[in-house]
Design a protein around this ligand. Structure first.
Ligand code: HEC
Length: 246
């Protein structure tokens, strides 16, 4: 029977190559975590990363538009009469058409909002003086577009798939029970697939945000275990004859 190659069979050059690659990928993974946290946290208005932040990213906040939330909430004080608020909300519910903006909404915002919400004010807030400007707060937020998700998913599938292959190719030299090794090797690929599938499913139903989280955690754990075992066996595992490798 052919004896499989193990980490203790690696010469120093190979050991260094694998070690450097695994350490670099660990740093890359930590960077990705920090990036994920800072780009998604607080999406829902609360500090910290929560399931709602993930839902907001992929599914969006479909309970209404930013304009409706503003005239019911923080901007309510600037609306001169309730009629105006009803007009704005009715316009939003009708799909926010340009003709309606000119006919009914524009006169209201001119009276109540443009002293702040126009380029002349110099404030960095939505410009309500043009149709294009008001549209940015008048569309129902449905999260990342399908187009963006497709762009992100092919980059992820190729990129993370190759990282998983690199880590897995090194990890195959580990001395472990075959079932455990096989499981640890397959989990990252399954997790990447589930994660990306879940982005699209979350767009359809916010429930799948949990799958995004579970898949992400599984991927992280499987990689952490593969990298830890590989580094340990590369440097500290003894040969079957009981000799120290280095
Ligand atoms: C006195 C100045 C002022 C007036 C008048 C004013 N706003 Fe604002 N508005 C702000 C400022 C400042 C912000 C940004 C800070 C914030 O989001 O609370 C803002 C934010 C907003 C936003 C963005 C909210 C978001 O989700 O980011 C909307 C929409 C909005 N205002 C609508 C209106 C409407 C409609 C009116 C008129 C009925 C109005 N505002 C009148 C100062 C004003």
């Amino acid at each position: 029977m052919m004896v499989s190659r193990r980490f203790y069979d690696c010469p120093l050059s190979e050991t260094l190559l694998y070690t450097a690659f695994l350490l670099l990928m660990s740093i890359g993974y930590l960077m990705a975590l920090v990036y994920l946290y800072t780009s998604h946290e607080g999406h829902d208005g609360k500090p910290g990363l929560s399931i709602e932040d993930i839902v907001d990213t992929y599914y969006g906040n479909r309970s209404g538009t930013r304009l409706e939330a503003a005239v019911r909430g923080p901007m309510a004080g600037y609306v001169q009469q309730d009629e105006d608020r009803y007009e704005i909300i009715a316009w939003l519910k009708s799909g926010a058409p340009e003709a309606g903006y000119r006919a009914t909404v524009r006169p209201i915002v001119e009276r109540s909002c443009l002293q702040c919400h126009s380029p002349a004010s110099g404030l960095k807030i939505p410009d309500l003086s043009t149709y294009a400007g008001i549209k940015t707060v008048a569309d129902v937020d449905t999260g990342e577009s399908l187009h963006t998700l497709m762009k992100l998913s092919h980059i992820h599938l190729f990129g993370i798939g190759l990282v998983a292959l690199g880590i897995g190719l090194i990890f195959r030299l580990a001395a472990l029970p075959p079932w455990l090794k096989a499981t640890l090797m397959v989990v990252p690929f399954a997790a990447i697939f589930a994660d990306i599938l879940a982005w699209f499913l979350t767009k359809w139903d916010p429930f799948y945000a949990y799958t995004v989280v579970i898949a992400g955690v599984l991927l992280g754990l499987a990689w952490a275990v593969q990298i830890a075992i590989s580094l340990y066996q590369l440097w500290f595992m003894r040969t079957p004859e009981g000799n120290a490798h280095y």
